[in-house]
Design a protein around this ligand. Structure first.
Ligand code: PMP
Length: 327
């Protein structure tokens, strides 16, 4: 792992070892720490799994050198995987629902990837189905499938978890992490719960997402603008294991947007909507620990800010709430 002080042989060696920074709006007695994943070379948390998954597939022989990985992705995984593919003799094709940001698609293409769009109303489920069709047509191709591939979880259990552990000397009271594939949360939860089973684990989803159905709660399916987290069909979130979480909380588009704007203006964080949602939920958990209504083994909360707002400027992320949601 890099200390960022030595010369490195490839951009892949700069993945991980991202900073952990206090969210200043947290209660004095219960600090909230955010892992700033935009410090990765492809500027998101997904660089961690891009390199980890492709290397794993090559090592296992699931993918031959010169073969093609075809992945359904909201964009950041595509960037992380394309970045790794440039160094690993793998071709990459990404299937992206149309609604996701154009910046991400431009970056994937710049890294040499082919991008295939699917209709927004078919959701990630439509993108997953299309990826499998493309593989069937091509030969020497595989769908890494970040939504069901254990390597996604392992990448975070092997890197994100230990990095936080080291930074905080093991003193982690609660994990509050947004769930898309749930790889980040599951990997971190696996790592910390093995060491301290009382760590409180909160999964975060947008209002309108229905991950809570995995806990037997009836919630309404609806639209949301927050990018990168949430699901309309929990059966596709195969990595999400309800046994690892204490609660799933919902954050509205409006709350997430207000928080990402506040984080920029007051704390200098140029982070996007999933980070805004994670911050809202993490501050709430910290307040509950402070008030004594939530039990945690330490007075500290860890969250993840997955990517940068620069990736969403075309979507009016720093406009009014109405401008952002109408794009
Ligand atoms: N935020 C953003 C911006 C993302 O792209 C993703 C990945 N879909 C996440 C959060 C969620 O990460 P995970 O897939 O590990 O749950």
């Amino acid at each position: 792992m890099t200390t960022h002080r030595e010369p490195l042989d490839s951009v892949l060696a700069t993945i991980g070892e991202t900073p952990l920074v206090e969210v200043q709006a947290a209660p004095d007695d219960v600090p909230v720490y955010a892992k700033l994943e935009s410090f990765n070379p492809g500027a998101s948390v997904k660089d961690r799994i891009g390199a980890y998954i492709l290397r794993g597939l090559l090592e296992r022989g699931d993918l031959e050198p010169g073969g093609t990985a075809v992945e359904p992705t909201a964009g950041n995984t595509g960037i992380g995987m394309a970045l790794a593919a440039t160094q690993l003799d793998v071709e990459v094709v990404f299937v992206v629902p149309e609604r996701f940001s154009v910046e991400k698609q431009q970056l994937m293409r710049a890294l040499g990837a082919e991008v295939v769009n699917t209709p927004t109303d078919e959701g990630m489920e439509g993108a997953i189905a299309r990826a499998h069709e493309i593989v069937a047509d091509r030969g020497n191709a595989v769908v890494p499938q970040q939504f069901s591939n254990r390597l996604n979880v392992e990448a975070h259990a092997a890197t994100t978890g230990p990095e936080v552990d080291e930074a905080l000397g093991g003193e982690v009271g609660a994990l509050v992490v947004g769930c898309g594939t749930a790889g980040t949360l599951m990997g971190m939860a696996e790592y910390f719960l093995e060491r301290e089973p009382a760590v409180h684990v909160t999964a975060v989803e947008p209002e309108g997402s229905v991950l809570q159905r995995t806990l037997g709660r009836e919630v309404e399916d609806g639209e949301y603008a927050i990018e990168g987290i949430g699901t309309h069909d929990p059966s596709t979130n195969e990595l999400f294991d309800p046994a690892f979480v204490d609660e799933i909380v919902q954050v509205s588009d409006r709350e997430a947007h207000a928080e990402l704007v506040r984080l920029a203006r007051e704390e200098g964080h140029l982070v996007a909507s999933s980070a805004g949602a994670a911050s809202v939920a993490a501050l709430d958990v910290a307040e509950r620990i402070e008030a004594g209504t939530l039990e945690a083994p330490h007075d500290s909360v860890v969250t993840v800010f997955p990517d940068s707002s620069e990736r969403y400027l075309s979507k009016g992320i720093y406009g009014t709430f109405e401008e952002w949601t109408s794009e």
